[in-house]
Ligand binder design. Structure first.
Ligand code: NAD
Ligand code: UFG
Length: 348
């Protein structure tokens, strides 16, 4: 299949593009590189020995998108492109709604015009808001508590209205829990800009000596050790979930929604301990007040994805930390090249 991957230079998109290529699909990536680097795709090519066609462009540029659909016969689209920082979305809601919701509308318009009606969409467990009725099932109430989450909720609604209006569409909505880890080669991984918001990249930077200590947000939750519990899922398992969903929508019309998680929760302290074991070093931490808007506990019931797609996550927390650490330690500055510390005089 020829697949358009929006946001394919990013963290989850680059790992999924690698899996698509390994499955023999042709990949065209469309990304504005706002939160990523083209280097990720060069490394995907290097790992797979297959080409990736990269088009730098923005979903808000409808004419650029139209051109791409005019020039390529896509069979399906995997739509990762979007902004994802909760804090930024609270401060700049219009930017988030425009980028995520209007960007998706532009994409859907072009797909409809071109008759490309198979879509896999990156949604998030964030749509469940602070619900603590775990495990979360796809039928759990959807009530996002921040603008980022509401963009996902709105896009899900748009997709179900679209499928209701035109039964030729096949749409898979994937609600990811907490993606972490990296490809086992350590060549591609998550490369957050600035101070990481999420736990794993922050812990990894502490382990690497880039930051002093981890601040554990809250130790008075009603969880076994008092710290927040999440369903961390290895990014390669997540990528495999996209391949399974893509295969499913080849032969099923309609809109479907699946949780992609492991079904197991780990606390912040368990994550720090697992990472410390993988990295073979102490990871200093201190307790800090709860972070606003955080749920105490969130993990998936992922049985629907197993039943419908035959997909389940295989990698455990130790492997997630090991792979994340391999990537972090080999690429301390992410995709940025390491500064050349050689003294010019040495070359005389
Ligand atoms: P990422 O930031 O690494 O990747 C997103 C990519 O989209 C980036 O390369 C960015 O440059 C690109 N992009 C953003 N806006 C664009 C636009 N208007 N036009 C073209 N390209 C644009 O993020 P990720 O972690 O790989 O997440 C991928 C998707 O999964 C996002 O939609 C995100 O909301 C969703 N998601 C992520 C997580 C997570 O914790 N990483 C959890 C749940 C859902
Ligand atoms: N945490 C800390 N210290 C940190 C960062 C996080 O203690 O420096 C704690 C949080 O309080 C939480 C847990 O670690 O208990 C996980 O936090 P993350 O920020 O890594 O992940 P969240 O579950 O809060 O949210 C993430 C993404 C959301 C996404 C959600 C589900 O940020 O966008 O996973 O996919 F929706």
């Amino acid at each position: 299949m020829k697949v358009l991957v929006t946001g394919g230079a990013g963290y989850i998109g680059s790992h999924t593009s690698l899996c698509l290529l390994e499955q023999g699909h042709e990949v065209v990536v469309f990304d504005n590189l706002l939160n990523s680097s083209e280097e990720s795709l060069k490394r995907v090519e290097e790992l797979t020995h297959r080409p990736v066609q990269f088009i730098k462009g923005d979903l808000l540029d409808a004419s650029a998108l139209e051109r791409i659909f005019a020039e390529n016969a896509f069979e399906a689209v995997i739509h990762f492109a979007g902004l994802k920082a909760v804090g930024d979305s609270v401060e700049e809601p219009l930017w988030y709604y425009r980028n995520n919701v209007v960007g998706t509308l532009n994409l859907l318009d072009c797909m409809a015009k071109a008759g490309v009606k198979k879509l896999v969409f990156s949604s998030s467990a964030t749509v469940y808001g602070a619900s603590e009725l775990v495990p979360l099932v796809e039928q759990s109430p959807v009530r996002a508590v921040n603008p980022y989450g509401r963009t996902k909720e709105q896009i899900e609604d748009i997709l179900s209205d679209l499928v209701a209006a035109d039964t030729d569409w096949s749409v898979a909505i994937l609600r990811y829990f907490n993606p972490v880890g990296a490809h086992e080669s350590g060549r591609i991984g998550e490369d957050p800009r600035g101070v990481p918001n999420n736990l794993l990249p922050f812990v990894a930077q502490v382990a690497a000596g880039r930051r002093d200590k981890v601040r554990v947000f809250g130790n008075d939750y009603g969880t076994p050790d008092g710290t927040g519990v999440r369903d961390y899922i290895h990014v390669m398992d997540l990528a495999a979930g996209h391949i399974a969903a893509l295969k499913f929508i080849q032969s099923h019309l309609g809109a479907y929604c699946w949780n992609l998680g492991t079904g197991r929760g780990s606390s912040v302290l368990e994550v720090i301990a697992a990472f410390s074991a993988s990295a073979g070093r102490d990871i200093p931490y201190e307790f800090a007040p709860r972070r606003k808007g955080d749920a105490a506990i969130s993990y998936a019931d992922a049985s629907a994805a197993l039943a419908d797609l035959g997909w389940t996550a295989h990698r455990d927390l130790a492997q997630m930390c090991e792979d994340h650490w391999r990537w972090q330690s080999a690429n301390p500055l992410g995709y940025q090249p390491m500064p050349d510390l050689t003294d010019g005089d040495d070359h005389q």
